[in-house]
Design a protein around this ligand. Sequence first.
Ligand code: PMT
Length: 396
Amino acid sequence: MELKGKHIVLGVTGGIAAYKAAELVRLLIKQGATVQVAMTESATHFVTPVTFQALSGKTVFTDQWDARITNNMAHIDLSREADALLIAPASADFLAKVAQGLADDLLSTLVLARDCPLLVAPAMNRQMWDNPATQRNAATLRTDGIKILGPGCGDQACGETGLGRMIEPEEIVAELIAHFQPKLLTGKRMLITAGPTFEAIDPVRGITNLSTGKMGYAIARAAREAGAAVTLVSGPVALPCPQGVTRISVSSALQMCEAVHNHVGNNDTFVAVAAVADYRPIRTSAQKIKKDGSAPQAIELVLNPDILAEVAALPQPPLCVGFAAESENLHEYAEKKRRAKKIPLIVGNLIQQGFGGDTNTLILFDDDGQHPLPPAPKIELARQLVARIATLLEKR
Ligand code: PMT
């Protein structure tokens, strides 16, 4: 329910992606928002207002002269109640109108009369998007402080492939949630490690652990929502990359270490969430090891580099944040790790709570003492951690 209490006015303009706006309404409501739909006349040729009315539970407005609005002020009234005005899909024609400040129907008048943020999700043929006129209009919208979501690249309804399709409803909702987060890390850069590492024994076997990457990915998302440029060095996980985050996929601890050293230079913060294997097999067999009836071979191990400790020991290290997952004595072991790695902040979690699930319980240990973060979804905890990191960055 990440949009609880938010009132969104959703403007639907004429384009085949209008059918996806129906799913968008459903997802917004699932996140706790109330949704008021307004459509252009051409949008009603693709999807009927009845569909949106059934999904939103509210009368849909299409006409400036709607007799149901006794004062004829729908364009004013609708925007005054809104926390955000979202146009999805936004056609090339509609973007042009907004860029020019035209107001010749209910939706364009509503846009001009708004006193709330405007976000638009363009949807059009790739040539229309590439057209210099559309690009000029998009630039004008950006200058005017209007947030453009997408467009995405891929197959188009016309049979062509390219940039111009509306980003998916799930992505639009994630962007809207991000829009409402405080921008505590604007202009900052954050490097994050996440997930497990996989230390190969042979081409099909290896040493790994149960980290799913959920905690690290949640921090990447929260940091990006807060305005940071985020690079995520990820071990093998089954999660989609959070929107707007640059992901570098690695497998072993050595690969993770190399990727971190390649990218750490221009970052303000390094957050090591990955469950890095402490050891790797000294040799990786090029061929699958066969079971030949003799005694099993012992696997000789060698210590992996401690990525976090190495970064913390750089001449001008970023703000380094570590994680400690413990099965007992959390306070003692976490503080011990913080001192050993010489880092200002370590985040303690119990193995039983941290690994795998969607929720966690954290304790932050830094020079000011302990800050417990009660059980919550990982994204909520990630946002609280990001706030703490922003405070520590300010103090630097
Ligand atoms: O991915 P999830 O399923 O959501 O689970 C999240 C998590 C439990 C894995 C995460 O919250 C967590 O606690 N990660 C750290 C696990 C751990 O205890 O690591 P460690 O004690 O081996 O290392 C301590 C710190 O040093 C960590 O920040 C680790 O990333 C870093 N480290 C460790 C070893 C190494 N060779 N290089 C490192 O950078």
